[in-house]
Ligand binder design. Structure first.
Ligand SMILES: [Zn+2]
Length: 435
């Protein structure tokens, strides 16, 4: 068995890994890089539009035989660990004959992301469902998926076996989500086995002293911020982050406020209604649905007529929100500022910002802050990472006890050597022969 990390050995995002035998090849993730060589964030909207030739020239598209072009034999499959673009973003450049293995949760998040946020499409005719704990055979490989907790619904780790060797790919994961049972059962499943190679994400490997709250502690924090808010609460988080969605919904409920989903969030709630504790927006008094103007103008083109009709009984308009602002916690995005709020927020609005702090430097967020100031409101950061904390990496790597640990999804791979003797550092494109 051979492993080649085409991208991801020295950066966060853009994962693309090949695992091969003489007869079979599988690709783990086809991610869009998040940063350029100077570690400045890429403009994802630009990269999304660029043609393959351009991306090949600039090195965004890794050179993997038969994956993005027809030179060389095609890989047998692409496996997606989760629906974030730094793992799926290059999918549209891949050869259409290659099947794509992903969880049902990932396909749902991709469906929502494609309809509402310009994210990659998972073509239905290429999708092969992969269920946690049920091994699938792909050429020489037996692949078993495990549900893992990450800042998006449906994330999986993969255990890959062939030729008597075993590789575990963590994908992106953490141990401080709402379902700690997930990492416990992963550990339980692999701890008595020989893992030859662990491909381990290390997003937070350099934040040795940082430990944020878990999702339950964060829910308490959010509840307190809503409790003390005088007016409308604007909630900024990714609807695909279902843990966070549940947290905000519950916090709203505990403070006797109604949670207002936007169309995108309502669509996610609709897709996962049978799998979570949050109610269907159309059949509860605890949730209202706000249709932003942009959605009203585009839902037919997006073929969301039946969803539009289904959600109509739960709809709420801006007039009602403005007349009773302190009754609501409303999903907010900066694009609503002008088109839906007409450039002015209700007095005393509080924005609870629950995303990566770096985005606050973007012009749309600077504008939001200015509008909050004008309305004598405020913005509070209340967030926890989707990635495993430093101490938990040590714990997890220790418990899995692999013969070889290869860092991925990190800017500081060498830091793994501080706590593990078995670290092997690879360069992008370097082939590791497992003997
Ligand atoms: Zn990632």
């Amino acid at each position: 068995m051979r492993i080649t990390i085409h991208r991801g050995t020295h950066e966060i995002g853009g994962n693309c890994i090949e695992v091969a035998t003489d007869k079979s090849r599988i690709i783990l993730d086809v991610g869009m890089p998040l940063f350029n060589e100077d570690r400045e964030p890429h403009d994802s909207t630009t990269l999304r539009r660029q043609p393959s030739e351009e991306l090949r020239k600039t090195g965004v598209l890794p050179n993997v035989p038969g994956l993005f072009d027809d030179t060389g034999r095609r890989p047998d499959a692409i496996l997606l660990s989760h629906a974030h673009e730094d793992h799926t973003g290059l999918l549209r450049h891949s050869q259409v004959e290659i099947p794509i293995y992903a969880s049902v949760g990932t396909s749902k998040m991709m469906q929502a992301g494609a309809k509402f946020a310009g994210q990659p499409i998972l073509p239905r005719d290429r999708h092969e469902k992969i269920y946690a704990g049920q091994p699938v055979q792909i050429g020489d490989f037996s692949v078993t998926a495990f549900s893992v907790d990450h800042s998006i619904y449906g994330a999986q780790a993969f255990l890959i076996e062939a030729e008597g060797k075993t590789v575990l790919y963590s994908g992106d994961l953490r141990m401080h989500g709402r379902k700690p049972g997930m990492h416990r059962s992963l550990i339980e499943a692999v701890k008595d086995r020989t893992i030859d190679v662990l491909l381990m994400e290390g997003t937070h490997i350099s934040h040795t002293d940082h430990r944020g709250p878990n999702e339950y502690e964060l829910e308490d924090e959010i509840t307190a911020h809503i409790q003390s808010a005088p007016g409308l609460v604007l909630a900024s988080f990714s609807p695909q982050h279902v843990d966070r969605l549940v947290g905000f919904f519950r916090a709203a409920k505990k403070t006797n406020r109604i949670f207002i989903a936007d169309a995108y969030t309502a669509f996610v709630m609709h897709l996962i209604a049978s799998e979570t504790s949050i109610p269907r927006p159309e059949s509860t008094k605890e949730v209202k649905v706000f249709f932003p103007k942009f959605f009203e103008q585009t839902y037919e083109k997006k073929r969301l007529e039946s969803f539009h009709a289904l959600m109509s009984p739960a709809r709420i308009g801006m007039e009602e929100i403005r007349s009773n602002p302190s009754r609501y916690v409303m999903l907010f995005r900066p694009s609503m500022l002008e088109s839906d709020f007409g450039g002015s927020l209700p007095n005393g609005s509080r924005c609870l910002y629950s995303r990566w702090t770096g985005y606050l430097q973007q012009p749309e967020w600077k504008m939001t802050k200015a509008k909050l100031d004008e309305a004598s409101g405020d913005l509070i950061e209340t967030h926890t990472s989707g990635h495993i904390f430093y101490e938990d990496i040590i714990d997890l790597v220790g418990q899995i006890n692999a013969k070889m640990v290869i860092p991925i999804h990190t800017f500081e791979p060498a830091k793994f050597s501080e706590f593990s003797q078995n670290v092997k550092l690879l360069a992008d494109g370097e082939v590791l022969e497992m003997k």
